[in-house]
Design a binder for this molecule. Structure first.
Ligand SMILES: Cc1cc2nc3c(=O)[nH]c(=O)nc-3n(C[C@H](O)[C@H](O)[C@H](O)COP(=O)(O)OP(=O)(O)OC[C@H]3O[C@@H](n4cnc5c(N)ncnc54)[C@H](O)[C@@H]3O)c2cc1C
Length: 382
């Protein structure tokens, strides 16, 4: 039987970051990964905010394929809000390479990675791992469930959210004509309860996708989107996956097990993005585990330490709920009102992809935005 201080389930970017932080502090860490390599299959558009990626110290130079300066957001009737900065605000990364950047950091810190190893159960500090056709047992003082949106560890802990807590997504790599500096967000009947997106890699290639309530036919929804918005594209690679869409989970710790990243439903309910806030949660979890193993602090301290980050997740959730409660006509009218109130100018200056708390309060202090006061208040009071 193998043994280490911390066993991490899942070699995604969040699990690898948490493992790296712990190994850097001298703990023995082993990561169990179901697949034979890190980074594949890719189920992601790879859009991450520049400011937070840089402040988290994630070295993305080698895996960046494009830089983005703004966003065009289309209402169902195609009224557009445009948010633009002079400097790049986001990176579009090669997601497989992005994960490999995290792998290198983990290996440099001394993390052990075991591939083709699917965790099938966990009890009393023992992980039951299926390695190829064999079964193995591994002892760990702490078990980190970083095994993604359909987390087995979450299930073992008994924290299983219902199907309404996810959106289904489909994504294509498409060839056509795109503005390489802007991402596009499209609201409409093709993406009930969510949205469609266009994230350019270049002038001629983009990642196009859409999310919708579980139960919608993905290919039909995508076809509807392309046709209704007049895109002339040729699609090649495509993938389909679930995205968490919930308020933050109250419980992410049980006994010696803790969840992080998509396994803990730590994705922004507005956009589905989970890379940046997931990395922040990984840092919080690693600090909490260090406190637990060094000073005997309860592992549930992690839930308390997530308080500030959860405020952001909660705000994303409130914004999502607010939009989902509007019908198409109300969204169209809201866009027109927002345009008149100067939202484009405001967001171009103050907007933040990850932390809505940074701009919602400021919006309330802007006399021009008083037109939107009822809507902003509802979000701010969240
Ligand atoms: C279509 C789509 C587009 C997206 N676009 C963006 C975007 O533009 N920007 C952004 O920030 N986020 C985006 N996301 C979300 C982002 O991909 C996730 O938030 C992110 O991958 C979460 O990282 P993670 O490490 O928690 O989980 P994952 O990346 O899912 O990694 C989990 C790992 O665990 C392994 N695993 C699973 N079960 C087991 C097991 N039982 N035993 C061992 N290993 C196991 C898996 O093989 C995997 O390697 C997108 C998601 C989708 C679906």
């Amino acid at each position: 039987m193998g043994s280490q201080e911390i066993g991490v389930v899942g070699a995604g970017p969040v699990g690898l970051r948490c493992a790296t932080r712990l190994a850097e502090k001298g703990f023995s860490v082993k990561v169990f990964e179901d697949h034979g390599e890190v980074g594949t299959p890719v189920n992601c558009s790879g859009l991450i905010s520049k400011s937070n990626t840089d402040s988290l110290g994630i070295p993305v130079k080698e895996c960046t394929v494009n830089e983005i300066r703004g966003a065009r957001i289309f209402a169902p009737n195609t009224t557009m809000l445009e948010v633009e900065r002079k400097e790049p605000v986001a990176y579009v990364v090669d997601r497989a390479q992005y994960d490999k950047v995290h792998l290198k950091q983990a290996q440099d810190a001394g993390v052990q990675i075991q591939y083709h190893s699917r965790v099938i159960d966990a009890r009393g500090g023992t992980l039951f791992v299926k390695v190829g056709e064999r079964g193995e047992m591994e002892k760990s003082k702490v078990i980190v469930g970083a095994d993604g949106v359909q987390s087995k560890v979450r299930k073992i802990m008994g924290f299983e959210p219902g199907s309404e807590s996810f959106v289904h997504s489909i994504q294509m790599t498409a060839k056509g004509k795109f503005d390489p500096h802007f991402v596009e967000v499209h609201l409409g009947p093709f993406a009930p309860g969510y949205f469609a997106w266009v994230i350019p890699e270049s002038k001629s290639v983009a990642r196009m996708g859409l999310g919708f309530k579980v139960g919608t036919n993905p290919n039909e929804a995508f076809k509807k989107f392309i046709e209704s918005r007049g895109f002339e594209v040729e699609t090649c690679f495509h993938c389909s996956a679930l995205i968490p869409c919930t308020p933050p989970m109250k419980n992410v710790v049980k006994e010696n097990m803790a969840l992080v990243g998509d396994a803990a439903m730590q994705a922004k309910a507005t956009t589905g993005g989970g890379l940046i806030l997931g990395a922040m949660a990984a840092d919080i979890l690693s600090e909490s585990i260090i406190g637990h193993l060094k000073n005997g602090t309860a592992l549930t301290q992690y839930e308390k330490n997530l308080k500030d980050l959860n405020k952001e997740f909660n705000l994303h959730w409130k914004i999502r709920q607010y939009f989902n409660a509007l019908n198409e006509d109300q969204v169209n009218r809201l866009f027109i009102k927002a345009k008149k109130a100067g939202v484009e100018e405001f967001l171009s200056k103050e907007g933040d992809m990850d932390m809505p708390s940074k701009f919602i309060g400021k919006a309330l202090a802007r006399p021009r935005l008083f037109l939107l006061a009822p809507q902003l208040l509802r979000m701010a009071l969240a």
